[in-house]
Design a protein around this ligand. Sequence first.
Ligand code: CO
Length: 162
Amino acid sequence: MLKIRIIGDEILREVAEEISDFDEKLNNLANDMIQIMHDSDGIGLAAPQVGISKRLLVIDVAPVDKEYGPMIFVNPVILESSGEAILEEGCLSIPGIREEVTRAEEILLKYQTVTGEEKVEKYTGWMARVLQHEIDHLEGVLFIDYLSPIKQKIILNNLAVS
Ligand code: CO
């Protein structure tokens, strides 16, 4: 059974590997991740967060944007980004912490579906936000990395004592 890895776990700081096998195993993993994301009331989850250092994300922004349902992204790459938006973010790997983060407002994303089909799509709003947060996970980057050093220190100290 997959378990959500919490900050301090080294896998969260690794650069994840490209996926080349679009097999049933990948499909099962993606579906298991969607289940875990829903069970944890999350709107996005990257494979490294469940201990698998591969370039796979699942997103379901339905709680904040009803236009979208559960989606799977394999090997996602941001081709272009524009604008600026400030939104409060949290992360299943950093429980209890929510902070405002500035990111691009709109992105042009290249990715593969779970069957390996290549797609290029434009995303804005919450989808763009969550995609940027989750793609960071594939590079070993966490949202608290964007906060001031003082804020980061306070958060890490609080997590250490809790
Ligand atoms: Co996260």
